[in-house]
Ligand binder design. Sequence first.
Ligand SMILES: [Zn+2]
Length: 618
Amino acid sequence: MRKFYIISLFSLLAALASCSRTSEQSVVSDRTAQVNVIPQPHHLQMAEGAFRIARDTKIFIDVQSDEMLRIAGFLNERLSSAAGFSLEISGTMPESDAIYFMNAGLPAESYGMNVTPDRIVIDYGDGAGAFYALQTLFQLLPPEIFAGSRQKGIRWEVPCLSIEDEPRFAYRGMHLDVCLHFFDIDFLKKYIDIMALHKVNRFHWHLTEDQGWRLEIRKYPLLTEKGQWRKETVVGSLKSGIYDGTPYGGYYSQEQVKDLVRYAAERYVTIIPEIELPGHALAAISCYPELSCGLEDHYETATKWGVFKQVYCPKETTFEFLEDVFDEVFELFPSEVVHIGGDECPKASWKECPHCQSLIRKLGLKDEYELQSWFVTRMEKYINSKGRQIIGWDEILQGGLAPNAKVMSWLGEEGGIRAAQQHHEVVMAPHQKYYLDYWQGDPDSEPLAMGGPTTLRTMYDYEPVPEILTPEQSRYIIGVEGCVWTEYMDSPERVEYMAWPRMCAIAETGWTRAGKDWDSFARRLETHFGRLDYLDVGYCDAFFEPYIVCHEDTRYSKVVTMSVDAPGAEIHYTLDGSEPGPDSPVYAKPFVINRSQTVKAVAVRDGRPIGDIKTKQF
Ligand SMILES: [Zn+2]
């Protein structure tokens, strides 16, 4: 990723140069923006000069609360690590040469920032606003501020400007499935740190599945003693039929959960736990078979991905179990909203089960879909009685939506639209746009994934408020979420590769109010990569590479098309096997090749290659 350091340095020089002029910036279209903040602030105006943070600069906080001291501490943490000094936190107002945090009564999460040569004034209304101002401030400093060790010879300067910023959506979420593969608490803390840097404020923690139960529940110890384990895991795609023969497990103790919840809250991230029901319950059923319809002799945690017919049977034993589980969940998670899953619940067992069939008749329900709705509604009533709200995947719409439920729309936009029209709050997470387990580049050269491709640009361009909604209905779209299902992500490195930078695109959609500008985003991202490098985030840089597609034509030939998303880049290519470079022919339009030829292509900008060479053979 060496190239990004070069680009970062260039951007930094450009940023410094920009201080010599004044320009009005609008969110939508300003390509001359010389600061590179992601997500783009709502309103940003450049001015002349820069403020330099040095050893004798002070931090002034007008409210000496633990919260504000902690936020000032985050700034000192970075400075002491990257710059080798930290700043005095003052309760009396310095005359100048200080960073002033001033409570100006702004709305939740909003902030203003005014940088002049002798001071930085940050206006906020709540801790989140002050924290988000700080995230912006970090991105106004040289990328080296994110370094884990002292950086020599850096001027810690912030360009003069003024910013007024506020979020578009209240819910800006990122999901992680820790069931298909397990990730330790240290990695989750890093994940939350990177979310917070992007002003993402909801961590949707997918804790239970067919393939493993990951949350300690004291009343049901088998859930983690046994339910965390699967005897082996499918190798390659789920159709391979080949298994690794190695037991796989992992879970979080309640102490670890409390620690993570506190850690996230200090970074203004609410953790939304997901306890799946009525489907995706095989790990729990393998521990407590009485929770099932009892049609099988033996239940075992799943060893491959997919949907399984062994689901919770809606009987009193099951409700007692789930209510106990949620009681412990409520103790651990202060979130007002809990996720109850609700997706992919096959009806086969319920159709065969005498209890389920008699329940359908007794309750006067039409079918198993209405039974599912009854199941979810019954759980919702319990959860509401404890002062919490439920959110569930689209399928909770089947058979009628529970009264206060929020919907997380993953199947497409349809469910989200229907729910918003019925005045239920909706988080948009359509899999075609926001599933991060999909390919982000050419499947021929990217690691195994679940579907797609869904490129960085596809994610960036997605508009989460469907046009069909009236302005009144649109208000029920409360936000967006990127979903990281970990079928093929068996290491932290692989998660980061799939999640970033596509989550940057979702974060900007969730935060930035005024429209989209791909070129602006992509160019800001180049500086941002330098930050992620310092933070040791192993992102994917496929958007710098040509995307080569060979379309079937005749037995002897194919038609080749190529594209590249990086702004200002053109594609240079060869057909004779040699390495392409700036002097090779430029791709201008689709062409025909014969089957013995190899296409090699590279994206070039300003006379220099910007990404890796891509090769396509037949
Ligand atoms: Zn049953």
